[in-house]
Design a protein around this ligand. Structure first.
Ligand SMILES: [Zn+2]
Length: 279
């Protein structure tokens, strides 16, 4: 598992830098990536850190791939956050959404106050897409700096669609997509007894059901539409290391493209009044 202590010499990790290096990075326009995961059940077959592992690995691989063009620093990941109460059917952490959004907003606000103006949140956990967007709005109102919210599954969607083996509805929570990535990362995954019984059936003109499909015309939580028997939404049974490897490499390349787009985009100075934080 990659962590910020994997290598003390690995300069892509913010936590490995000293304060002078941080100040230089901010002054030279380095881009910050904030891996935003969750610690929650992912069916009987995947580790509970799945979302955090995907966020941190995608961020770290993209930072390395950029090879200082531009300089990218990976912040320590946020491994807890909001979950709907339905997750209490299994062991899962649940932090209130407003606490989670406030926490993300304060982390990003601090980074802006240190001089970073390009921040990309790398969010993997479904419900956190909305929480991260609220946090980004708050940071913008406070500082005039617009934070980017990104989701690896959206960046890897077209690559996954072209090789997926599950039917539509098979790649939401702990389904073929996440299971393939965990196989690629080398985690032990026991697929015996796993089948498609919790494949999402609500994939239609209104709801995408399968998060690789996007969000649909409306938002209607899968957890409210369909009861999961195994804690999975999707079909992990056709997952493979090869699918995980191909999708991960597409995600990393998309992040490199995104990072360079963000670097090359001129941000206008905001004209509304900005007040420093009072604390
Ligand atoms: Zn997940």
């Amino acid at each position: 598992m990659p962590t910020n202590t994997d290598s003390t010499a690995d300069s892509i990790y913010y936590a490995n830098c000293n304060r002078n290096e941080i100040a230089r990075a901010a002054a030279s326009g380095a881009i910050l990536l904030l891996p935003f995961g969750q610690t929650e059940q992912h069916g009987p077959h995947l580790p509970v850190g799945c979302d955090t592992f995907i966020a941190e690995r995608a961020a770290a691989a993209a930072a390395r791939e950029c090879n200082n063009d531009p300089q990218v620093l990976v912040l320590p990941p946020v491994p807890y956050g909001y979950n709907p109460k339905s997750l209490q059917n299994w062991p899962s952490f649940r932090v209130r959404w407003e606490i989670t959004a406030g926490y993300i907003a304060d982390i990003c606000t601090s980074a802006v106050e240190m001089g970073f103006s390009r921040i990309i949140i790398v969010s993997t956990h479904g419900p956190h897409g909305d929480v991260a967007k609220i946090a980004a709005r708050e940071v913008f109102d406070r500082t005039g700096t617009a934070v980017v919210v990104s989701m690896p599954h959206a960046l890897g969607a077209s690559a996954f669609k072209s090789i997926r083996k599950s039917a539509i509805g098979g790649a939401s929570h702990a389904g073929e997509y996440e299971t393939s990535l965990m196989l690629h990362f080398g985690y032990p995954v026991d697929l015996s007894g796993m089948d498609g019984r919790d494949t999402v059936v609500h994939c239609n003109e209104w709801v995408a059901g399968d998060f690789i499909n996007g969000s649909g015309k409306i938002s209607w939580s899968t957890w409210g539409l369909q009861i999961s028997e195994t804690g999975v939404y999707g079909d992990p049974s056709p997952a493979s290391k090869a699918t995980g490897e191909a999708v991960f490499s597409a995600i990393v390349q998309e992040y490199v493209n995104l990072i360079r787009y963000v670097r090359d985009t001129e941000l206008p100075p905001q004209t509304f009044p900005i007040y420093p934080r009072s604390w």
